[in-house]
Design a protein around this ligand. Structure first.
Ligand SMILES: Cc1cc2nc3c(=O)[nH]c(=O)nc-3n(C[C@H](O)[C@H](O)[C@H](O)COP(=O)(O)O)c2cc1C
Length: 217
């Protein structure tokens, strides 16, 4: 691609404008806009740890709000969250030293258990990305590239995206994987909801290059 100041400016604007959106209106984005977002995911890079063709490595599932599969996916996810919340509580009760590392997660998952995930009820689309496991394991990174492409593409289209990272715990859930037509254990999962933003994102703190970057000379 040739250097082009306008393209650089636009990309920089999109990167800075990308935010986590946690509140959605019930407007449904046009299918063409969703397809553009999904296309950005299929062009994302992937680790070749499996020797399989790209379409076997990465699979994308789109659930639509108000459909039976969406309801099933949401229920299975909430059931799994409850299960994990219970396990974490037991682990911390038995081994209090775990509180240091697991305490924040325990708090967050217990809130999700009680209140659910509003984005999963509001947003018109729940997108699940599955990546085939390989050796050495690169599936988490591969998924992250696809998620980031979708996030930037959604931002460019004026749409909001919220990661639903609890989706990853469903990779061993037989019923959830059955819903996707995949074998439990063969894939790593992640997910997000996409829709029209209802409320603005929380203001972002100042970020300076020198706080993050060290030029090693
Ligand atoms: C790997 C990863 C997992 C995340 N999981 C969630 C999630 O499950 N739910 C959520 O609301 N936000 C999630 N987020 C969003 C982060 O909280 C958010 O990116 C961070 O607070 C910075 O805010 P920003 O995205 O608006 O810049 C996740 C982000 C990443 C990178």
């Amino acid at each position: 691609m040739e250097k082009n100041d306008q393209t650089i400016g636009t990309l920089s604007e999109i990167v800075r404008a990308r935010r986590t959106i946690r509140s959605f209106s019930n407007n449904v984005p046009p299918v063409e806009e969703m397809e553009e977002i999904l296309r950005s995911a299929i062009f994302a890079p992937f680790g070749r740890a499996t020797g399989l063709p790209p379409k076997e490595i990465r699979k994308i599932f789109v659930f639509s709000q108000g459909t039976e599969p969406m309801e099933q996916a949401r229920e299975l996810l909430l059931m799994e969250i409850s299960r994990v919340a219970r396990k974490v509580k037991i682990a911390i009760t038995l081994f209090p030293f775990l509180k240091k590392t697991m305490g924040l997660f325990a708090e967050r998952i217990s809130v999700l258990e009680r209140k659910g995930i509003p984005g999963l009820l509001e947003a018109p689309y729940y997108v699940v990305i599955a990546t085939r496991k390989g050796f050495p394991a690169m599936e988490k990174q591969t998924i992250a590239h696809a998620m980031q492409n979708m996030w930037l593409s959604a931002t460019a289209q004026g749409l909001g995206l919220q990661p639903i990272s609890q989706t990853s715990i469903m990779s061993k859930n037989k019923e959830f994987m059955q819903l996707l037509g995949l074998k439990a254990g063969d894939y790593e999962l992640d997910g997000c909801v996409i829709g029209v933003q209802k409320a603005p994102a929380e203001p972002r703190e100042e970020r300076q290059l020198e706080d993050f970057v060290t030029w090693v000379r």
